[in-house]
Design a protein around this ligand. Structure first.
Ligand code: ASP
Ligand code: MG
Length: 407
């Protein structure tokens, strides 16, 4: 007997038939003798609709009311799934974030989980009841509903698995696992049977949509064994595992891309201490997330240029912030490139094998793709390129690293 958390995403609960199908999947685990907690998202499309209503009625809305609105999608699905389970003879009860409670901080709209009291749920599960838990939501220190940011129900599921000390956390989605890249762009993408937490973290933060980045970080921290699989078929999924449990570590696992990036270049900054702190301090104070950064070598005239990337939705705000401190910083001009994409190659191989970067740069050069910014981590190389080359770059790198499915 095991304790299992099953998480079902929006497409898996998109309509009543699919919710009935989910109930059957839960029943399979119950029939096998396991204790089950289920975490669900809102029906697909629902959260988008709720978000757009919130912005329509008040473009600069109060984040507490935003959370009150957008958290409702999950309230509907927990109720429906609990009934669907009861209908097939399974004892089930729905739980909202505040009822557990899942305590978060007070950053409404992008809250972080502080603690989960799993005791009430554990008792019920021991007594044979399935806990059907609303993902994406918690309760803040102000006693109000909070939400965890888009895609946050993955993080809910992992946090609950950690709090319940579950043996497994199965994330059911509309793809049957983690692929070497997005199969919609590269039809020769292959499913990985295993990926390490570190690689998954880099893939997710580089644009792979399959798991919310924070959920992977949390699973890694609490050593939650994570499996990504499809609710539409019984194909084995992808296991996200500890580095130690992977025998063959010397591989490139995948190519990720993030199409919605923008690049900002500040030209002619004085080359002196404190300039970068001034630029990135101002952006951070205004909650603009900066990703890649390069600074050009300073010239004899003691001037330097700094380029960095932000998400495209933050571009106007970022340029505005920089322009406001123009006199203070004393630069010449700001250039904005709105249409760039980030392409990343991820894999443990980088730690040991020379030549991984060379393959990337040669492949892109052969296709005539210009690189604006390059950055690296221990197991990742990312480049910023013009967005129009995204598909070409992803496909040719997928081939170059031998990831194409040749069957
Ligand atoms: N329903 C929320 C969203 O669409 C949370 C989730 O699906 O993970 O972002
Ligand atoms: Mg999701």
């Amino acid at each position: 007997m095991a304790r299992i958390v099953q998480k079902f995403g929006g497409t898996s609960v998109a309509d009543l038939d699919r919710i009935r199908n989910v109930a059957q999947r839960v029943k399979t685990e119950i029939d096998a003798g396991h204790e089950v907690a289920v975490v669900v998202s809102a029906m697909s499309g629902t959260t988008n609709q709720l978000v757009s209503w919130a912005s329509e009625i008040g473009p600069l809305h109060d984040a507490r009311e935003y959370d009150t609105i957008v958290a409702t999608g999950e309230q509907v699905t927990v109720g429906l799934l609990a009934i669907a389970l009861q209908n097939i003879g399974i004892d089930a009860r729905s739980w909202l974030g505040w009822q557990i409670p899942i305590r978060s901080d007070n950053v409404h709209g992008a809250a972080r989980i502080d603690s989960i009291d799993g005791s009430a749920i554990r008792e019920r599960m021991k007594a044979g009841q399935v806990a059907v838990i609303a993902g994406f939501q918690g309760i803040g220190p102000d006693g109000r509903i909070s939400t965890l940011g888009r895609g946050g129900s993955d993080t809910s599921a992992v946090a609950i698995a950690a709090a319940l000390q579950a043996d497994r956390c199965d994330i059911y989605t509309d793809v049957d696992g983690v692929y070497t890249t997005d199969p919609r762009i590269a039809p020769k993408a292959t499913k990985l049977s295993r990926i390490t937490f570190e690689e998954m973290l880099e893939m997710a933060s580089s644009g792979a949509k399959v798991l919310q980045t924070r959920s992977v970080a949390m699973a890694m921290r609490h050593n939650v064994s994570l499996q990504v699989r499809s609710s539409f078929n019984d194909a084995p999924g992808t296991l996200v595992v500890n580095e130690d449990s992977v025998v063959e570590q010397e591989t490139i696992s995948g190519i990720a891309y993030s199409p919605d990036e923008a690049k900002i270049t500040i030209v002619g900054l004085p080359d002196q201490p404190g300039v970068a702190a001034g630029v990135f301090g101002a952006l951070a104070d205004n909650h603009v997330n900066v990703d890649m950064i390069v600074q050009s070598a300073s010239s004899a005239v003691k001037k330097t240029d700094i380029s960095f990337s932000v998400s495209r939705s933050d571009l106007d705000k970022a340029v505005d912030i920089i322009n406001k401190i123009k006199d203070q910083l004393g630069f010449e001009s700001v250039d904005a490139a709105p249409n760039v994409a980030k392409i990343s190659v991820v894999g443990m191989a980088m730690r040991t094998q020379p030549g991984v970067a060379k393959t990337m740069f040669e492949t892109l050069a052969a296709k005539g793709v210009n690189l604006h910014v390059i950055s690296t981590s221990e197991i990742k190389i990312s480049v910023l390129i013009d967005a129009e080359y995204t598909e070409l770059a992803v496909r040719s790198l997928h081939t170059a690293y031998g990831l194409d499915d040749e069957t």
